[in-house]
Ligand binder design. Structure first.
Ligand SMILES: [Cu+2]
Length: 414
């Protein structure tokens, strides 16, 4: 009877081990980042990325991609998302397919977190070096402590070549040049192997019979003391002593091999310079806004006052990452990702130029399937059904002015 129980227990242990090993080696490649499942209000009302520019959408391993642009920190930041007091400029990619070689906000190098002010605009720039060949979706991203990753538009970037060619040389502060892609790889493997072996040996020793159910039964029938023998205690002491000696020895040898080290750098930069006012003097009042579910169209009744000294024309409406353009006025000249660009998605009841000091009330419609495809229309099911957007005007003198909208949105289901 005992042997059957024993066998069952051993088999189940082996099964568990097998499951653990196979799952830890199984890593499917992600096609996107679940950007569509991020709440629509979060994409609309936290960080608005604009004037983005990807330097290229095709590179070879070791070549660089620059992503530059600006972002606006929405003043109507939703109360359910932690404020960006500690935020980290990142890039949303499926694993280390690129390395982030440089990143800047407001011209300052930002390898650490920054504090962002609501209502401000910042300039940023990220330099990536291609590491792994493939087609990768590259997003701008801001990690907000307590708020999660706020993801911006993603663009497909193709990387060619071979990962074995990837080099990541750096010069240390002591003047030594090392390739950190392969630096001390042997040592890393050896330590992982060693501790893995120690762990396995520990498990193997204590998985001698009886295990699991028989053990549990013995413990419950008051024979707990019989489960641990004197030899078990000696083996445990040997493991403990061995671990301590190993750690002391390795610490000493690493210290003598690398006497000069500095700690990993952390901290928060609280004085990142914001851009001067990016909006201009066109003022927009939203008299009402609706989202027509069957038509995938958002309609707004806007009163626009042109307080600038040049005539302006409505050009673009951006909600989250989706840009709706009025093709009669402007077109996208960057490599903006197509899935979130509606080059002909914006129309208005009257889009003639608004003269300086003129006030006009018009109906503006942003219509495109991307409301549904990008799952931005989910906003209508929010308890705080409100949209956030940035609306752009082209000036006759070549200037660009914009206004931030933050208003309730009423869904229409017919
Ligand atoms: Cu993606």
């Amino acid at each position: 009877m005992k042997t059957i129980k024993d066998r069952v227990a051993k088999m189940s242990f082996l099964g568990l081990l097998l499951a653990l090993v196979t799952t830890s080696f199984y890593a499917p490649s992600a096609m996107a980042h679940g950007e569509k499942s991020q709440a629509a209000f979060m994409r609309m009302r936290t960080i608005i990325w604009y004037d983005l520019d990807w330097s290229t959408d095709s590179v070879a391993v070791n070549e660089q991609v620059n992503i530059d642009g600006k972002f606006h920190v929405f003043a109507g930041w939703p109360e359910t998302v932690a404020l960006p007091d500690i935020a980290f400029l990142n890039i949303g990619i499926p694993g280390p397919v690129f390395i982030r070689s440089e990143s800047y906000i407001g011209g300052r190098i930002v390898p650490r977190s920054v504090s962002l002010k609501l209502g401000s605009d910042y300039e940023f720039s990220v330099v990536l070096t291609a590491r792994r060949p493939g087609d990768w979706h590259v997003h701008t991203m801001m990690n907000v402590k307590g708020g999660g990753p706020v993801i911006g538009p993603g663009k497909w970037v193709n990387v060619t070549g071979s990962m074995s060619q990837f080099k990541n040389p750096i010069t240390t502060l002591t003047g030594k040049t090392v390739d950190i892609e392969t630096f001390n790889e042997g040592t890393i493997w050896a330590w992982h192997g060693l501790w893995f072996a120690v762990g396995l040996a520990w498990m193997a020793y204590f998985c001698k019979s009886p295990v699991f159910l028989p053990r549990w039964i013995m413990a419950h029938s008051g024979r707990r003391a019989e489960l641990i023998t004197d030899t078990d205690k000696k083996v445990t002491m040997a493991f403990m002593a061995g671990t301590v000696v190993l750690v002391m020895f390795s610490y000493g040898s690493a210290n003598s091999a690398y006497p000069i080290t500095i700690p990993l750098q952390g901290g928060v930069l609280r004085d990142i310079p914001a851009l001067p006012d990016q909006r201009g003097n066109v003022h927009v009042k939203v008299n009402g806004a609706t989202y027509r579910v069957p038509g995938r169209a958002m309609s707004m009744d806007l009163t626009i006052h042109n307080g600038s000294d040049t005539a302006v024309q409505l050009c673009e409406f951006q909600a989250g990452a989706i840009r709706f353009l009025d093709s009669a006025v402007c077109e996208d000249e960057t490599l903006y990702p197509e899935n979130v660009l509606a080059p002909d998605g914006l129309s208005s009841s009257d889009n003639s130029a608004i003269a300086p000091d003129e006030t006009k009330t018009i109906t503006v419609t942003a219509q495109d399937a991307s409301w549904e495809i990008e799952r931005m229309s989910d906003i209508i099911y929010d308890p705080d059904s409100r949209f956030g957007a940035i609306i752009w005007f082209n000036g006759e003198d070549g200037s660009r002015q914009s206004a931030i909208l933050n208003e309730p949105l009423i869904p229409v289901f017919m």
